[in-house]
Design a protein. Structure first.
Lengths: 160, 283
């Protein structure tokens, strides 16, 4: 059994979802039906943050969003973070600071940090720690992630 | 499954299937759905209903729509009106969870560890319940009747929460293994109500239902110098903390022992009273 078809606005494009199961999460629809596997699936209970996306500009765990209730909202995934002109400031800073190890948490971290820098362009360490408190990384120890955020903030400030 | 776009729609859907479960922020319900332990066939989704969003202030009463998120409650405007509620909101999950989770959902889930519950109990919050046929109002302390049990009738939903804006400092403290993403092991809200010359105390995670430490409230309220703000003797603060601890009825579980929880609320009581009294005497 599947739900009535619904339309999701993802990264500026409309996608009709015609075959989702009734309880299907936004994360599953993104990964398995829309060909957007950048958002990662780990805990499926809102703890790890690896599935973080923006819905109407706010970070949420896409595993906890019932996909059909997200119709009409503007959804941005990690695939929509980088523009046609290449990586975002946050993505570049992650590469340069070596803030990526296994990489599984990286898409969620990039989305959370991008959202933080939109509202707080020069965040304190405390603000960064709070902003990424819902993104678990078991490799880096967060040291280089913090470095990357400050690097991105500096470059972002320099380019505007 | 119904995705309601108005309160009327939602009530009609709930009336048609009175056993339905409502979906608000999804942060509790979707965990069960993802595990495969709950179907969404009988779910009415409320997250697209404009009437449940937003808040307004009438006189000294704040009315929060049930769909107001914890991120919204952290907003400085609400934090200035109900500081302890904003402090509690800030301890909920992570930014991602606070952007989705709603105050109505926290109340209806009725977990003893619900972070808003001790604050709402201390505020004597009143819930506006609504169904297709009727509306009624129930204090939060009567609404929650046990662990994850409420007096919500089939076909009913929470429309809004009303709380008073009190004159006086407020504190919310929560104990857990880390600062973020934790379910409370013990929590406490302490509010100063200058006009009623009363200290109000709500406890979390130490009883099946919302709990007010009324004996402790009576004791300390009578011992405070409300006119001059002279701090009470340390003995009064200790007696207060002891009465708060004895009002708790905690259990042993995987998050903490009953003895630890009782000790924790004793410490939180003493700490939060000291903090608010410092602010009373310095203002």
């Amino acid at each position: 059994m599947s739900t009535d078809p619904f339309v999701l606005e993802v990264n500026g494009q409309s996608h009709e979802v015609a075959d989702a199961h009734p309880g299907e999460s936004l994360l599953r629809v993104l990964r398995e039906r829309l060909g957007l596997p950048g958002s990662k699936n780990a805990c499926e209970e809102g703890e790890c943050g690896s599935c973080t996306v923006l819905v109407d500009g706010q970070t949420v765990c896409s595993c906890l969003v019932l996909a059909s209730t997200a119709a009409g909202r503007q959804i941005t995934t990690i695939e929509g973070i980088s523009g046609d002109d290449g990586l975002s400031h946050v993505q570049e800073a992650f590469v340069d600071a070596g803030a990526v190890q296994c990489g599984f948490c990286t898409p969620g971290l990039i989305v959370s940090i991008g959202s933080l820098l939109e509202s707080d362009p020069d965040p304190s360490d405390l603000a960064v720690r709070e902003a990424i408190s819902g993104n678990l990384c078991r490799c880096t120890g967060y040291g280089r992630v913090l470095e990357a955020v400050h690097l991105a903030a500096t470059r972002r400030g320099g380019s505007t | 499954m119904t995705i309601a776009t108005s309160l009327e729609d939602a009530c009609a859907a709930l009336a048609a299937e009175p056993g339905s479960l409502v979906l608000a922020g999804g942060t509790d319900l979707m965990v069960e759905v993802n595990r495969g332990s709950r179907s969404v066939e009988d779910v009415v989704a409320l997250n697209r209903i404009p009437e449940l969003a937003g808040w307004h202030l009438t006189g000294d009463e704040l009315r929060l729509g049930a769909g107001v998120t914890f991120a919204e409650i952290c907003d400085p405007e609400i934090a200035a009106l109900v500081p302890a509620l904003a402090q509690a909101a800030r301890t909920v999950g992570s930014p991602q969870i606070r952007n989705a989770a709603t105050i109505g959902g926290n109340i209806a889930t009725a977990s003893p560890a619900g972070d808003s519950i001790p604050v709402l109990a201390a505020l004597d919050a009143v819930l506006e319940l609504r169904s297709a046929e009727a509306s009624r109002e129930v204090p939060v302390t009567e609404f929650i009747t046990g662990v994850k049990a409420t007096c919500l009738m089939p076909g009913e939903l929470i429309e809004a929460v009303r709380v008073p804006v009190l004159d006086g400092p407020q504190e919310f403290c929560k104990v857990g293994p880390r600062n973020a993403m934790v379910i409370s092991v013990a929590s406490l809200a302490l509010l100063v109500d200058r006009s009623a010359r009363r200290i109000r105390v709500g406890l979390g995670s130490v009883s099946p239902m919302p709990l007010r430490a009324t004996q402790a409230e009576d004791h300390v309220s009578g011992h405070l110098d409300w006119d001059n703000g002279v701090p009470p003797r340390l003995e009064v603060v200790r007696e207060f903390a002891e009465l708060v601890a004895s009002s708790a009825s905690p259990i042993d579980d995987h998050r903490g022992s009953a003895a630890y929880r009782r000790h924790a609320v004793r410490v939180l009581a003493q700490r939060s009273l000291t903090r608010v009294l410092n602010r009373v005497s310095s203002s």
